[in-house]
Design a protein around this ligand. Structure first.
Ligand SMILES: Cc1cc2nc3c(=O)[nH]c(=O)nc-3n(C[C@H](O)[C@H](O)[C@H](O)COP(=O)(O)OP(=O)(O)OC[C@H]3O[C@@H](n4cnc5c(N)ncnc54)[C@H](O)[C@@H]3O)c2cc1C
Length: 388
């Protein structure tokens, strides 16, 4: 019997899961309210960082290493170059515990990671100011960035080419689970789709679809990203002369080198205020732009007066402990909930899809670290979308 699966949500998690289910022989229908990598989705940005540095969170180091293998394999197959291995330079202040733990776990996994003094780093990257606030530096050569929204679109194109069915349609929220297996869903257009398994990979919308088991436990927080213009003819801030960079001190600032002629990306990882992912206006704030420029003035002084070329306002879909959520609905064993990317999910897409496809088809046991039950016991507050 060919299992029939409906996947709702064609972002990084749902798109790859649908593709991997299809490749394992399932009959798969993928739905998305606004399309893969749309401008409201958490996966809808131009680019996302990929790195395997995860401090003590070994589960994500392993998953990121597998994801890098799969991004490389798909780039070789699709010839699209979604994975850009620019490397990443990590800058730490007095507390470099995240860096030290990452070095240990990367070395244990036989992955390259280099420890530099700030002086050595300054020789390598003279366009960055390594002042005395930076006390240690790491160079992660396999890190880089991904073309995010374009990869989401392409994954759905490949999914269709490999025999999947895609429909642009929404499943109305909330999604009622009456107890016992779900047999069908009805879209907002009134179409009924029957299946054996249902995967809800709806990112920041999961709480409103499942107010009972998710509710406010996944928070959509407003995150701004800025693109600054580099001087004409000056390639020092572009890939390949500039890598991904992370300034990991009291506040975590990070960015992606100029690429695809879009400018030099700067972002603040601090958790922003909550937003409604459907109705939010996505316009950057003057205070956010000013703070990004103040940061550039110190760390990248040649860009102090760089013009702002554009911005993105996206959202983290933050779980209380910033761990992913991948589990069955407690009221229906054939309904899967997948999300809680918490500011670090995009890179994992291919590895996540491979994992969840096997969970759904019953060929792999779900990892308890992603279980919904932990959220019930989660302390109030403490929502933090961290890199650690
Ligand atoms: C500014 C920013 C920077 C980030 N940086 C990084 C990074 O550098 N590296 C990294 O790995 N990750 C990063 N992330 C996190 C990463 O982008 C997300 O964790 C990941 O994209 C989440 O994917 P998703 O598929 O769970 O959600 P989404 O991409 O939001 O996909 C959910 C999809 O579900 C659809 N949907 C929702 N409700 C319904 C419904 N009822 N019916 C039908 N369809 C529905 C939506 O239209 C959407 O397309 C960042 C996120 C942001 C916002």
């Amino acid at each position: 019997m060919t299992p029939r699966v409906v996947v709702i949500g064609a972002g990084a998690f749902g798109g790859w899961t649908a593709l991997e289910l299809r490749r394992r022989g399932a009959q798969v229908t993928l739905l998305d309210a606004w399309g893969p990598g749309n401008a409201r989705a958490s996966s809808g940005g131009e680019t996302r960082v990929i790195r395997a540095t995860y401090g003590t969170r070994a589960i994500y180091t392993r998953m990121a290493i597998r994801a890098i293998e799969l991004w490389r394999a798909h780039d070789a197959r699709w010839q699209r170059g979604f994975y850009r291995p620019s490397g990443a330079i990590w800058m730490f202040g007095a507390d470099d515990s995240f860096g030290r733990a990452s070095v240990a776990s990367l070395r244990a996994a036989n992955m390259p990671i280099e420890e530099l003094t700030p002086a050595e780093a300054a020789m390598r990257f003279p366009q960055i100011t390594f002042d005395d606030t930076i006390q240690s530096v790491l160079w992660e050569p396999i890190a880089g960035y991904l073309y995010a929204r374009r990869a989401c679109e392409h994954v759905v194109e490949r999914f269709i080419a490999e025999g999947g069915v895609y429909r642009q349609a929404a499943v109305p929220a909330p999604f009622a689970v009456a107890g016992g297996p779900v047999r069908r869903i009805v879209t907002d257009a009134g179409d009924t789709i029957e299946a054996d398994h249902f995967v809800f990979a709806c990112g920041p919308w999961l709480g409103r679809l499942f107010p009972d088991v998710i509710g406010t436990r996944v928070k959509a927080t407003r995150q701004e990203v800025y693109y600054f213009g580099t001087p004409p003819g000056d390639a020092r801030f572009n890939d390949p002369q500039m890598p991904v960079w992370v300034d990991y001190r009291e506040r975590l600032m990070y960015g992606i080198p100029g690429n695809a002629n879009r400018g030099f990306k700067v972002a603040d990882d601090s958790t922003g205020p909550e937003l409604d992912p459907t109705t939010a206006t996505r316009e950057a704030t003057a205070s956010g732009i000013e703070a990004a420029r103040a940061f550039l003035t110190v760390r990248f002084p040649a860009l102090a007066n760089a013009p702002l070329l554009g911005s993105e306002v996206c959202q983290y879909e933050a779980s209380p402990d910033s761990h992913f959520i991948v589990d069955r609905h407690s009221g229906a064993s054939n309904v899967w909930i997948a999300g809680g990317g918490s500011g670090h999910g995009f890179k994992m897409g291919p590895a996540f899809g491979e994992m969840l496809a096997q969970y759904v088809l019953g060929t792999l046991t779900p990892d308890p670290q992603f279980a919904l039950s932990r959220l019930v016991a989660a302390p109030a507050g403490g929502w933090e979308a961290k890199w650690s």
